[in-house]
Design a binder for this molecule. Structure first.
Ligand code: SF4
Ligand code: SF4
Length: 312
């Protein structure tokens, strides 16, 4: 049972625009989760992301991220776009339509911390959003937000999976939420079938095959076998979320900074191929698409030329 403090914090989180807020006891993740992570890296599924092997101790024990850490407040911020790009345009992952989400989520979390200080004066905290070795999805489940689907995304029942996750670590003990162990995908396997490169495995996403990883994080050429599956994707891939029946409930985000600029939305294939480094800098300043850099983006765009892609 939540106490009044937890209720007030959740109320403020929702007022700040988060769609969900839950509380988990900060503690080591335990052997089972450690094995899952170790198997994933041992299989090489993390591809070139060497940083996934570093800071293992921190990843497995979030109490080390903040002195005296007692509770993780986990929040979800909706990024499902108001307006989707037409199918004939080159495609960009929904999460990357607008401004860089790290700042947006962390700013809101620090506003939440400021509020918590008004009811728990001595509290100290630190906000994270993909900015520390932290297993956000694991903690979201612990905090009762939802379950991990076969697409390895956090699914919030009744809301879907188009959410950024953020964590506010605080040094006060709050009542943890219980997680719903019974939630699962049932007999559905749509994402496994729809993934164009069969990157979804029982032991996690094989990033070496994942178009999202390959078009954003990967440096260097994209292997031919995967490049042929790009379709019209020039940045990221949403297929395993688009086919998920839970995303029928997705509602457009209220966060205006996640909207695509009209200029980018209007870009034709010809405009993408003609994009110069100078224009790129203007169009994508502080955008979630800065991650791949100009070279990475244009590598992806150039692959739209080879005429070998499938249409999925
Ligand atoms: S993001 Fe795309 S390529 Fe990666 S696992 Fe999902 S469907 Fe497959
Ligand atoms: S598409 Fe089906 S199997 Fe995949 S995550 Fe959604 S509910 Fe689970």
């Amino acid at each position: 049972m939540r106490g009044i403090t937890e209720h007030l914090i959740e109320e403020e989180a929702l007022r700040l625009g988060f769609s969900a807020c839950g509380f988990a006891k900060a503690e080591s993740v335990g052997e089972d989760m450690a094995c899952v992570l170790d198997r994933w890296t041992a299989n090489g599924y993390h591809a070139d992301m060497g940083y996934m092997e570093r800071n293992r101790h921190l990843r497995l024990d979030p109490t080390q991220l903040l002195p005296g850490c007692r509770t993780l407040i986990v929040v979800a911020l909706n990024y499902y776009p108001k307006q989707l790009l037409p199918r004939e345009n080159y495609q960009i992952a929904y999460y990357a339509y607008g401004k860089d989400y790290h700042r947006v989520v962390k700013d809101k979390l620090y506003q939440l911390l400021a509020y918590i200080k008004t009811i728990v004066p001595d509290v100290d905290g630190r906000a994270f959003c993909d900015t520390a070795p932290l297993l956000e999805r694991y903690w979201a489940v612990k905090a009762g937000l939802g379950f991990i689907g076969l697409n390895h995304q956090l699914i919030i029942p009744g809301k879907g999976s188009y959410f950024f996750l953020g964590v506010l670590a605080v040094d006060v003990a709050l009542q943890a939420d219980s997680h719903a162990r019974s939630l699962s995908c049932g007999n559905c396997k749509r994402c496994l079938i729809a993934c164009p490169t069969k990157a979804l495995t029982a032991e996690g996403i094989d990033c070496r095959r994942c178009l999202s990883y390959l078009t954003i994080e990967h440096r260097g050429p994209i292997p031919d076998e995967m490049a042929q599956k790009l379709g019209r994707r020039i940045y990221g891939c949403d297929t395993c979320q688009q086919v998920c029946p839970h995303n029928r409930y997705a509602q457009p985000t209220e966060e205006s900074t996640f909207e695509m600029s009209p200029e980018v939305a209007a870009m034709t294939p010809e405009d993408w191929h003609a994009l110069t480094p100078e224009h790129y800098k203007v169009l994508f300043k502080h955008s979630a698409m800065e991650r791949a850099g100009y070279e990475g983006l244009m590598r992806n765009v150039s692959l739209m030329d080879n005429g070998q892609q499938t249409t999925d």
